[in-house]
Ligand binder design. Structure first.
Ligand code: GLU
Length: 453
């Protein structure tokens, strides 16, 4: 146990930005590393943006990443057995109390209906754990509005009041807040309270080197959930945006990261978001998943994105998932690769039409394949499928069976790429393979598989 108390204080904007998710993660890592507390505080004072959906996006993202938070507004459990979080919109009386305290110091004055705080005009040194000592010359610093004309307190004031009320010891947040910190320190000093320690973490830049914004592709955490990335992989990648485990290590179990995570090791320089690296890390986690874990992941992802997959027989579904998994790395790819087998009315891709079905010989070969599989005695095995392909190639006087194999893939799946073909055929089974060959042959014979259609 430790006295460390950190917080993630998002404003509900409608999405959880990658940068926000990383801030939440670093706070969580530090709390778990030292055995302190991690508080979630929703800064929802902007009524125009404050919707339940926007708040839910934050919770969902944090749960997806496995960032559990501690304690609740009343010190008891929250809903669904969870603790917390705090909502600024419910803390009006606390802000009013502190506003009175501040007014009593004589450091505020009314101006046009708003309440202003007299900013000190002396320099302020922010001693930041990441950025070092940063000096703000405040000779021309304007006074700070702390309560608007309409009576609502402003961000700087409620942020400071909450940090002191919640006993926050370390403020870990994005570097974009560094210039606010001198204002916050002035408020702490006026209230006679020692400010927390600060650690402003570097910005995340997009591929072209500018600050990653909402509009960048993949800027929202939800994008990765939808695309079927593995949350542990995304979390691992986010850890590397401004922190490094050292020794060229990149793929690391979260328990190991928690063990090693120190604020002093945070990078000073900005971190560049590298979508290819994230995809690669996801692939590492994808390969390492236990079969049972993969089965669970696939079931959940398909239930949401391909509900019809539930109507496949268990053995067919499991077999397909097994052969497809080897060739792909995300849930989205998994769903797309499942598509040809979710209906017998599957479609044929433009490449398949162009490369496989624009050849007039294809009809003869399809016919041979259909006959060959239909005549097969016993189970369809890899070896049996290979034999059939060889035989059809020989009958057509082709030197190699490659052409026949490519055509077979396009005929049973409608695509030119897919899982390893022979294992796929054995999963589909003889009956389905024959039926699919028959369907393709008859569409081909009636001229419906040409490029133009
Ligand atoms: N609500 C502020 C934001 O989302 C939080 C600032 C802070 O962490 O202190 O940027």
């Amino acid at each position: 146990m430790s006295d460390v108390r950190v917080r993630f204080a998002p404003s509900p904007t409608g999405l959880l930005h990658i940068g926000g998710a990383r801030t939440a993660l670093f706070n969580w890592l530090y709390a778990r590393h030292v055995g302190g507390k991690f508080v979630l505080r929703v800064e929802d004072t902007d009524q125009s943006r404050n919707t339940q959906e926007a708040v839910d996006v934050i919770f969902r993202g944090m749960r997806w990443l496995g960032l559990d938070w501690d304690e609740g507004p009343d010190g008891k459990g929250g809903t669904q057995g969870e603790r917390g979080p705090y909502f600024q919109s419910q803390r009006g009386s606390i802000y009013a109390k502190h506003l009175e305290k501040l007014q009593a110091t004589g450091k505020t004055y009314e101006d046009g209906g708003a309440l202003k705080f007299k900013m000190p005009k002396t320099p302020c040194v922010v001693k930041d754990m990441v950025c070092g000592d940063v000096t703000f010359d405040r000779t021309v610093e304007p006074d700070l509005v702390i309560r608007r004309k309409d009576g609502s307190p402003v961000f700087h004031f409620v942020n400071v009041v909450d940090d002191l009320e919640m006993g926050i010891t370390h403020v870990i947040r994005g570097e974009d807040h560094l210039s606010n910190t001198q204002k916050h320190i002035a408020l702490y000093e006026a209230l006679g309270v020692t400010p927390p320690q600060y650690a402003h973490i570097p910005l995340i830049l997009n591929q072209s080197g500018s600050k990653m914004s909402k509009r960048d592709d993949g800027a929202a955490l939800g994008f990765y959930e939808d695309a079927g990335y593995l949350p542990a992989a995304v979390r691992n990648y986010l850890c590397l945006l401004g922190w490094s485990p050292g020794a060229n290590e990149e793929v690391l179990d979260i328990h190991e990261i928690v063990k090693r995570f120190e604020l002093k090791d945070l990078n000073r320089s900005n971190a560049r978001f590298d979508a290819a690296k994230l995809f690669w890390i996801n692939g590492e986690y994808w390969r390492a998943m236990a079969d049972s874990e993969f089965a669970e992941f696939a079931k959940t992802y398909l239930a949401k994105h391909r509900p019809t997959a539930a109507s496949l027989s268990e053995s067919l579904r499991d077999g397909l998932l097994r052969v497809i998994r080897e060739k792909i790395r995300t849930g989205k790819e998994l769903a797309e690769w499942m598509d040809p087998y979710l209906t017998e009315d599957y479609s044929y891709s433009p490449e398949a039409r162009k490369k496989q079905f624009s050849n007039p010989d294809a009809g003869k070969l399809l016919h041979g394949l259909e006959q060959g599989f239909a005549a097969l005695d016993g189970d369809l095995t890899d070896a049996a499928a290979e034999m059939i392909c060889k035989k059809v190639a020989e009958d057509a006087a082709l030197p190699k069976p490659a052409k026949v194999i490519h055509l077979l893939r396009a005929a049973v799946s409608g695509h030119t790429v897919g899982p390893s073909l022979f294992p796929l055929l054995t999963v589909l089974g003889k009956k389905t393979v024959v039926a699919r060959l028959g369907r393709t042959r008859s569409l081909f014979d009636s001229g419906k598989l040409g490029e133009a259609t």
